[in-house]
Design a protein around this ligand. Sequence first.
Ligand SMILES: CNc1nc2c(CCNCC3CCCCC3)c3nc(N)[nH]c(=O)c3cc2[nH]1
Length: 381
Amino acid sequence: MTEKTGKTFSFKLITTDGAARRGEITTPHGVVRTPAFMPVGTQATVKAMYPEQVRETGADVVLGNTYHLMLRPTAERVARLGGLHTFMNWPHTILTDSGGFQVMSLAQLRKLDEDGVRFQSHIDGQKYHLTPERSVEIQGLLGSDIQMQLDECIKLPSPREEVQRAMELSLRWAERSRNQFEAMGGPGKGQGLYGIVQGGDQPDLRIRSAEELGKMPFEGYSVGGLAVGEPQDVMLSMLDITTPVMPVDKPRYLMGVGTPDDLLESVKRGIDQFDCVMPTRAGRHGLAYTRYGKVNLKNARHQDDPRPLDEASTCPASSVYSRAYLHHLVRAGEGLAGMLLTWNNIAYYQYLMQGMRDAIGAGSFEDFYSKTKEDWARGDI
Ligand SMILES: CNc1nc2c(CCNCC3CCCCC3)c3nc(N)[nH]c(=O)c3cc2[nH]1
């Protein structure tokens, strides 16, 4: 059963505090409270968590992944089985990426040209041709509520002419993606398609990309081409340049970001949506995020510590289990270690986002920002 609200896609900007924004996105599968952290569900699952648990942490939306799902089990099979919401038992909002970023980072023998990207599956070597049109078709077959245009994201640093070529190609692909989305009746189904701002670390190219995309009727806009190896200050300076020239009445999604500090700094600069594999991946590697900074449970200093990670947390993984027990599980290589630490990390990320939403709503974001930085600096004692 999928929770169909029957509503069309909309974004309500509720209030602002400086450049920080509190809003709500309404999709056919529910409301997304922004700023929002969106847990990553790469292969139709948020790794090591049940969908009910993910929901309980406060997540309103999870990510699906066009690249992985088009290879296995294929978008057509997911569609035949009722779509991704039913397939993974997540009756709330789903956002999908277009697959281009994963192709460039995972596939073999990839060749990118004006028409799209040709590649061989990293699973079985089968050949594929992903175009702007095919990517939107796949996301439609999955039943995604928030879809992404196909784009070209290049690493940083890169020569300016490379950054410009990729940005201009992505603008042409934005147009083709939009045409395909409308041909498939996406707006009428209440779904949204986001344009993706590129331009690397070049202010003028960032501004041109944002302005050109703003002329097209996208339901939201992503900031792409960042978190690709550049220092945090470069990423943040690109946000200072880019968000002011993005439509103020549409959601902004910073792709692939980030650490808790990245989230705090980026919300401060007007970003509404985030995704990152950090909390889930770190959880599987014995690393816990808490309100007082990071705790590496591999470290022997925890072996006699009876305290939980955070006794004030509403998440059982954070408030019930001792650090000594978590340390034991990590050292023993037990699967429960990854399950509990992933649960803790996703719960902490949602706790942080809820704190920011409340602070913006109360006009006290600056205080929240400073207090959070102090708590992290205090570190785990
Ligand atoms: C980690 N840094 C980063 N990620 C970027 C991503 C991917 C965002 N995450 C997608 C999920 C990954 C796991 C599976 C489910 C989808 C980017 N994606 C696109 N399309 N364009 C970018 O410029 C783009 C830029 C990105 N930078």
